[in-house]
Each structure stands twice: as structure tokens, then as C-alpha cells.
Design a protein around this ligand. Structure first.
Ligand code: GLN
Length: 537
């Protein structure tokens, strides 16, 4: 395409309507027509990135290839589009202000008064345009976090207003609202949508497309009503009905012709046919499983599913390819401490011990590993889950009774997990972990090699502690092997057991790289092992 088109997705009425999924679905459809698309998220909070937020605030922190700690919506973007994102794809108010203030300190504003308009809005606009640079993408889709009317999102909406004014129909605004169903009246109500669009209009932005989230189908009368009150064509009122799975949404959006409506409004001819065959095959498998397995996810944030978003979605991908319905048993690691592993994990065909930070629930994680190891239940430990496996093995097999990670006991006599050397001099918390993708060499004749079927991989990391290789010989002698090593720094990235049907601990996060198009091999093989276990029961 001659030049990049910019699509903004705003939200009204309430949060949690699924702007991220609508954005990712639109990206998928445009991509399936041969366009190059990227998606960006603006988060109106003051944190520089979500890396310092605890998962109770905004759910999981997603990590990109380049080591950016980002909003979990970027995970959806990657899972849907199979395209990597980067730091440039997630911008917060904190980051915008930081950059403006740094420029001010360097004197780059040449003595002028630095203000929200134009300086903050210019910074926002340049963060959008940066992705359109050199026309590397046909479409940049920018999701604006929060809800129209929030004080925090005002500068973003103002930036959209300016871009729309400056760039005409190279810019398009999609507004996602709620059309609630009032059971007492037996009716869908459009008034909240009308009000939300009025609020957007007060800020100078006329949306081009209204996506109406609803529990019941919108009839033509309702569509026309929304169109009339919101100044859009009836064809620009798109129904977004509640779906069984987020992966149905691209198909629903195709039926609603969201992609062709977008193309029409930005003056791009609809030339290529839509090729979404592989997605349909995935859905077909997802919905017609031949097996059913139960896998436990042991962590301390299990009451909040968003905290483990990428892990849960990786299971969806791996389940579909294995034609298995996966029932996740969410097991609180603190409960394992008080009630015992046997009671909480009995009967599962696989156990995943989750990543995490801090001491709360750690002994429960260690007991869950022991249960998986001793009962020969397929086991996957991710990051802190891998570290728990190492501690468990040291204590219960090697006999180093007080073994621990120095994250939890810096006086332990057996620091089998210890702070990485280059972390020792760091005091700040934001963006200072070992982050992003690093290469890892895999030893042949290992479970890891059978899983990946290659000898060099790249996986994403987010941690400060690591396997203390001072103990490596002792572990290998006792039967826990390091089969994945970072070639440059010699860090242990994968551990496994030989006398176990499937036992793997990974220091990195495979869940960040699983997509619909490419389910992650670690999850695929772990699920396969769980099915084997289940079938053998
Ligand atoms: N807390 C551990 C570390 O920093 C594990 C981190 C994680 O699970 N992401 O090394």
C-alpha cells in the first residue's frame, strides 16, 4: 500500500468490553487479506510500564522479544497475528511524560512553556507514527486503554482528534460500546452508546465505526437507531455478540464485515480474498476434542485468571492441536501448604507450577513439584516453577535439607538458586530484570531436544535469580540434568529428569511465544504427555 493507515480503537460505557480482542481480530482479518498490520496499546496510567505492577492490578505482565514489559493485550495481538510486538507497541502515560520531561531537561523545547497540548499530544502522535515509519505496515491499529470520559485518557483522545484532522481518511476511529439488555423491559438499550458517542463528540472526535458489544443480536431497527444517533452509516454499526471463545471473534467480525467496512472508509479497494482457512481449522479442532484431560496450574494468583493469561491461552492452542479439551484445575499454592498436595492434586494428568515473585506460597509450589515427581505425573515448571523444581530436588533427592533460593532465604547454606551475577549491583526495580529473548543451546538426547526438535532456540525471560551452577555436578549425578544452556553466559535454562515420563523446568517463559498459528512445542508436548498419562489410567 502507498502509505500507512491509522486505526484507533476507543471504548465507551464500561471497561472490559474486549477492545484488545476486537483490535486483534481486525488485525487478523486485514492480515488475512494480505495486509501488513501491527497493533499498539496506549495505557493511560502513570507507571512507565506494567513491570512494577502486581498481577492483582492489571493481570499478567507480558514480555516481548526485545524485553519490554507490557500490557497483557499485547499477548492477544501476538497470539492472533503471529507477529512479534516490541516496546513501541505499548506506551503508557508515564513513558510519554518521561520522554517529554527528559527533552525539557535537555533544553530541546528551546525555552517554550511545555504543555499537554502540544507537547504531550505531539509525543503521543509521534509514538503512533513511529510504527508507520517507512510504511513498513499498511495498518497501525492503536487501542486506547480506559474508557472515553476518563480524565486520564483525554490527551490520547485529543491526539486522535488532531491526527484525524491532519490526515483525513488515513485515520479511522472505531468506538466499542455496550448495548445492555434490560431483562425487566425485555429490551436492548442504545442510550449508553448514544451518550458515549456524545462524550467522544464533545472531545472533537466523530467515530467512523461503532462496534456494539451485546448479549443478544441487534436487529436492523436497533442498528439504524444507533446509526442515526451516532452519525454513522448503518453498515458501520457492527454487532459484537458474546462469544464462546475469544478465538471466535475474528470469524464473527468477518460475518459482520468489519474488515471490508474499514477498507471502504479508508479508501482501500477490497482486492484480495480473505484467507482464514487455518484459523477455521484451529477452531474446528478446538470445538471437537477427542480427549479430555485435567491439568493443575499451581500458583498464588489463581483466583485471578488474567494473572496467568498467556499460560491459559497456550493450553488452548496446545489443546486444539492435540484435539484435547483441557480442564485447568486452578490450585492455590498457599492451600497446598495447608491442605497438602495429595488432596489438591489427586487425579490430575499434568501439573504446571507457575512463575512468580516473593515467598508467599513457595513451599506449596515445592510440594506440588514433589507430588508430580514422585507420582510420575507430567510436570512443567516455568521460571519460579523451574526454580521450585530445583529446590525440591536438592532437598528431597540430593539431601541438602535447607536448600533454597536466596530470593527467599539469603542465609541458606545451600543457595541452589541464586541472584544472577549482573543483578547483584542493581537496586532499582523497573525494567531491571533479565528481560526478553536470549538464545539457548539444547543438548541432544534430551526431553528438551525431543520437544523442540532443534538444538538452538530463543526464548523470553523475566527473572533475577538462576540455577547456581556451583551445584550442577551434584544435580547431574543425582539425576536432574541441565539440557538447555545459555551459550554466552553459561546459565542453566532447562532442567529435566530422566526417570520420569515427562518432567521439565524452564527458566524462560514459553507461554509468551505460543500463538494460534504456532502453538508452543513445550505446551504441545506437555499436553501430549498428559493425554498419554490420562489414557493409561
Ligand atoms: N522470582 C524469580 C526470579 O526473579 C522467578 C521469576 C519468574 O517466575 N518470572 O528469578
Amino acid at each position: 500500500m502507498a502509505h500507512t493507515k491509522f486505526i484507533f480503537v476507543t471504548g465507551g460505557v464500561t471497561s472490559s468490553l474486549g477492545k484488545g480482542i476486537i483490535s486483534a481480530s481486525l488485525a487478523k482479518l486485514l492480515q488475512s487479506r494480505g495486509f501488513k498490520v501491527t497493533i499498539q496499546k496506549f495505557d493511560p496510567y502513570i507507571n512507565i510500564d506494567p513491570g512494577t505492577l502486581n498481577p492483582y492490578e492489571h493481570g499478567e505482565c507480558y514480555v516481548t522479544e526485545d524485553g519490554a514489559e507490557t500490557d497483557l493485550d499485547l499477548g492477544h495481538y501476538e497470539r492472533f497475528s503471529n507477529e512479534p510486538t516490541s516496546q513501541a507497541n505499548n506506551i503508557t502515560t508515564g513513558r510519554i511524560y518521561l520522554s517529554v520531561i527528559e527533552k525539557e531537561r535537555k533544553g530541546e523545547y528551546l525555552g517554550s512553556t511545555v504543555q499537554v497540548i502540544p507537547h504531550i499530544t505531539d509525543e503521543i502522535k509521534s509514538s503512533v507514527k513511529l510504527l508507520g515509519r517507512k510504511n513498513q505496515y499498511d495498518f497501525v491499529i492503536t487501542e486506547i486503554g480506559g474508557t472515553v470520559g476518563d480524565i486520564e485518557s483525554l490527551p490520547y483522545i485529543e491526539a486522535v482528534r488532531q491526527m484525524k484532522w491532519e490526515m483525513g481518511n488515513d485515520v479511522l476511529v472505531i468506538h466499542l460500546t455496550l448495548v445492555p439488555y434490560l431483562a425487566a423491559a425485555g429490551e436492548l438499550k442504545t442510550k449508553p452508546t448514544q451518550h458515549s458517542v456524545k462524550m467522544l463528540l464533545e472531545q472533537g472526535v466523530q467515530p467512523d465505526i461503532i462496534v456494539a458489544r451485546t448479549e443478544h443480536p441487534l436487529n436492523s431497527h436497533l442498528r439504524e437507531k444507533i446509526a442515526r444517533f451516532c452519525n454513522v452509516a448503518p453498515s458501520s454499526v457492527i454487532e459484537s455478540i458474546d462469544a464462546e471463545s475469544i478465538y471466535d471473534v475474528p470469524i464473527l467480525m468477518r460475518q459482520e464485515k468489519l474488515d471490508t467496512e474499514v477498507l471502504k472508509l479508508v479508501n482501500v479497494p477490497v482486492e484480495n480474498d480473505l484467507d482464514i482457512y487455518n484459523w477455521e481449522i484451529f477452531l474446528e479442532k478446538l470445538k471437537n476434542p477427542k480427549f479430555e484431560v485435567e491439568i493443575a496450574l499451581v500458583g498464588k494468583y489463581v483466583e485471578l485468571k488474567d494473572a496467568y493469561k498467556s499460560i491459559l491461552e497456550s493450553f488452548v492452542h496446545a489443546g486444539a492441536i492435540n484435539e484435547a479439551k483441557i480442564n485447568i484445575r486452578l490450585v492455590h499454592s498457599e492451600l497446598v501448604e495447608s491442605e497438602g498436595a495429595e488432596k489438591l492434586l489427586n487425579g490430575v494428568s499434568g501439573i504446571l507450577v507457575a512463575p512468580g515473585f516473593g515467598e508467599r506460597g513457595i513451599e506449596g509450589k515445592i510440594s506440588a513439584v514433589r507430588y508430580a515427581r514422585e507420582n510420575k505425573i507430567p510436570f512443567l515448571g516455568i521460571c519460579l516453577g523451574m526454580q521450585s523444581a530445583v529446590i525440591e530436588y536438592a532437598r528431597n533427592v540430593i539431601g541438602l535439607k535447607e536448600a533454597h533460593s536466596t530470593e527467599f532465604n539469603d542465609k541458606t547454606n545451600f543457595p541452589v538458586i541464586d541472584l544472577m551475577e549482573d543483578q547483584k549491583k542493581i537496586s532499582g526495580l523497573g525494567g531491571t530484570m533479565r528481560l526478553g529473548a536470549y538464545p539457548c543451546k539444547i543438548k541432544t538426547d534430551s526431553l528438551a531436544f525431543n520437544t523442540y526438535e532443534v538444538s538452538e532456540i530463543r526464548e523470553r525471560h523475566r527473572h533475577r535469580f538462576e540455577f547456581n551452577d556451583h551445584y550442577l555436578a551434584q544435580f547431574e549425578k543425582a539425576g536432574m540434568f541441565a539440557t538447555g544452556i545459555n551459550p554466552k553466559e553459561n546459565l542453566v535454562e532447562i532442567v529435566e529428569l530422566k526417570d520420569h515420563p515427562w518432567f521439565m523446568g524452564v527458566q524462560f517463559h514459553p507461554e509468551y511465544k505460543s500463538t494460534v498459528a504456532k502453538p508452543h512445542p513445550v505446551f504441545v508436548k506437555f499436553v501430549k504427555a498428559a493425554i498419554t498419562k490420562q489414557e493409561g489410567k
